[in-house]
Design a protein around this ligand. Sequence first.
Ligand code: PLP
Length: 441
Amino acid sequence: MGQAHLFGRSTGGDIPVAVGGDGCYIIDSTGKRYFDGSGGAAVSCLGHSDATVAEAIKGQLDRIAFAHTGFFSSAPAGDLADLLIAHAPAGIDRVYLVSGGSEAVEAAIKLARQYFLEKGEPKRSRIIARRQSYHGNTLGALAAGGNEWRRAQFAPLLAETSHISPVYEYRGRQAGESAFDYGQRVANELETEIQRLGPENVMAFIAEPVVGATAGAVPPVEGYFKRIREICDAHGVLLILDEVMCGMGRTGTLFACEQEGVSPDIVTIAKGLGAGYQPIGAMLCSAAIYEAIASGSGFFQHGHTYMGHPLAAAAACAVLKRITRDGLLDNVLDKGAKLDARLNEVFGQHAHVGDIRGRGLFRGVEFVEDRETKKPFDPKRGVAKALKKAAFEAGLICYPMGGTIDGVNGDHVLLAPPFIIDDGQVDEVVDKLSLAVSKVL
Ligand code: PLP
C-alpha cells in the first residue's frame, strides 16, 4: 500500500506521510518531527494529541456516530450551539452546523438571500467583499472572495460580486494620513459601492476581521469595522464576518470581532472549532434573521448530509471547553506577545522584511526586496514558497502566501501555532524561521 492513487492537493512530487502527533509536533513516517507553526492553516489550535478531545469523540462514537438531521438532532449538536451562543457576539442567537469553512460561507450567503426574500425585498442579491480576501473554494464562497489567482479559471461560473479595497495599513495608508483616517477612507468605499449598485439591490458585505490566507494576519485599523457597521445599518445591508481562520481564540478573544467592538448579523467559523480533530464549521446568525425565516416559510432552503454531525459536534464541544476553561486564551495573548517581540527582535531590521503584524497567535511577516521603498520581490523568485520549503526542511511548518494582490506581489509567511505553545517553543519557531530566511534571502 502506498500513495500512488491518491489525488492530492498538487499532482506529482512526494510529500511526507504524517503518522503521528505529539503536542505541537507532527511526526512523519521516517520519524522526523515538525513543529506545527501554522496549525496547517490555523486549524490545529490544540496541537496533535489532545486527550480530552479524543475522549469526547470516542465517547460519542460508543453512543451513536450519525443520525440524519432531517430526522434527529443530537446532544452534542445542541450542547455546541449553547456553548457557542454563550460566548458569541451580542445579538447572535442561532447556530447552523456544517463541515467546514466554505460550507459555512455558502450557508451565510444563502441565508442572507433567503432573509431578504422572506422580508419581501427580493431585489437584494448583491454581495460586496474586499479585494484582499479569501472566503473558500466552493463556487459561492469563491465568487465572494477577492483572490484573483484562485478565481481566474472559474470566472465564468462565479456570481457577480463587487470588491472594494482591503484595509491593509502597510501598503494602503498614505503619507501624512492617520491610521484612523485611512480606515475611514477605505470603509467609505463601501458607502460608495452601495450607492453605485443601489441599496435596494445589496444584501450583504462580507469581510474577515483579521485577514488570513491572502495576506498573512493583517489586522484592521481602529474604527474601520465600526464605520463598516454604520454603513451597513444605514442601508439595511447585512454584515457577514468570516472568522473561519481568525476566530475561535486565534487572536486572543474567542471571536476576533470582539476587539473591534462590533457585532455582525452573521458570523462564520470553522478551522479552530474542530481543531483538526473533526471536520466542522458553523454559521451563526442573529435572532432577527432566524425569526424572519421561522415566522415566514419556516424552512431554510439549504442543508448538507453531514451537517450537525454528532462526532464533529462532540469534538468541537471539547475543543471549546479547552479553549474557554483552561486559560488557553491567556496563553494566546501571552505567547502571542512573545512571538511578536521575538519576530521584531530577529527580523525587525532585516533588509528584506517589510512588515511584522497580527494579533494573538496569528502573526504575519511580509518579505520585500527593498524595505525602504516596499518594493516586492519579482513573483518569479517564488520567495514565499522557497521559505516554506526551507522551513519545512528545518522542521518548521509555516504557511506561505505568494501571489499578486492589487498588482503588488505579496510574499508573506503566516504563523498560527497551537494555543498550547510554551516559551521555549516560541523561540524554536523564530529560530527555525530565521534559519530558513537566512538560506533563502
Ligand atoms: N474563509 C476563510 C477566511 C478561510 O481562511 C478559509 C480557508 O482557508 C475558508 C473560508 C474556507 O474554509 P475551508 O477550507 O474549511 O472550506
